[in-house]
Design a protein around this ligand. Structure first.
Ligand code: NAD
Length: 249
């Protein structure tokens, strides 16, 4: 199998697919032969699935809502019979605030969208993966799980929790042939990053990376695709740091 079609025929659910890293991942997966279920809270995800054509389906859902998660997983199984890959990518940074200034509503939403959603999506897909004795799950964490950033402590807590959940789940499901990994990107030029960064602060943030720049979403999508593929067949329970050297010092 040539590596450029390494996901041929695989069924993949990608959350947060309407923008940024998720959109780049959906495009890459489709290029590599996967059938992609593109999930997002935004209606924009329909534009992407229309553009990708027969290999793509759109599902509008809030991943923080367990009932909506169960609905899109059931719909994917009814339509496609199996789920080979789950890319848990949807995420928000939430309110930018000192810990003591943040409100309870923000805490709950950031935890629900970034962490609880990964629990509920994994809970929903794992029984079908166990039945197939195979599967790959990729959870989008962040360098914010590894180092602190001022005004983003709740986001960091959620992303660090996701690494813990990834490790535990990998131990639980490895014997079933299911690999579960996390990715910790550094800065990636997407609407999410732009939301807390004006043009003037871009250079200061870029300078925190050894490569002195942010990643393009496609550079993270390439790693999601690698982890989804058989080329990563002996990788599980890991958190791949893809940060242009931000945490090297
Ligand atoms: P983005 O804002 O460009 O895209 C996120 C997508 O998720 C959007 O389409 C949004 O509509 C969707 N989404 C948000 N909340 C949702 C919900 N409740 N239910 C369903 N969909 C929802 O962001 P991005 O930069 O591409 O981020 C993708 C992931 O990468 C996130 O988990 C983020 O924390 C992580 N990340 C991003 C960076 C960065 O610098 N951009 C760095 C590290 C990690």
């Amino acid at each position: 199998m040539p590596s450029d079609r390494r996901l041929e025929g695989r069924v993949a659910i990608i959350t947060g697919a309407a923008s940024g890293i998720g959109e780049a991942t959906a495009r890459r997966f489709a290029d590599e032969g996967a059938i992609v279920v593109c999930v997002d809270i935004s209606e924009k995800v329909h534009d992407l699935s229309d553009e990708l054509g027969d290999c793509a389906f759109a599902e509008i859902a809030d991943v923080a809502d367990d009932a909506q998660v169960e609905r899109f997983v059931r719909s994917a199984l009814d339509r496609l019979n199996r789920i080979d890959v789950l890319a848990n990518n949807a995420g928000i940074d939430g309110q930018l605030a000192l810990l003591a200034d943040g409100d309870q509503e923000n805490y709950q939403r950031v935890m629900d969208v970034n962490l609880r959603s990964c629990w509920s999506t994994m809970k929903a897909v794992l029984p079908s993966m166990v039945a197939e004795s195979s599967g790959s799950i990729i959870n989008m964490s962040s360098v914010g799980a590894l180092i602190g950033f001022e005004n983003l402590s709740v986001y960091s807590a959620a992303k660090a929790g996701l690494i813990g959940m990834t490790r535990g789940a990998a131990l639980e499901y490895g014997a079933h042939g299911i690999r579960i990994n996390a990715i910790c990107p550094g800065g990636v030029l997407t609407p999410l990053a732009e939301s807390f960064m004006d043009e003037g602060t871009y250079k200061a943030w870029a300078d925190k990376h050894a490569l002195k720049r942010f990643a393009r979403p496609e550079e993270i999508a390439a790693v999601v695709s690698f982890l989804a593929s058989d080329e990563a067949s002996f990788i599980t329970g890991s958190s791949l740091v893809v940060d242009g050297g931000m945490t090297a010092s």
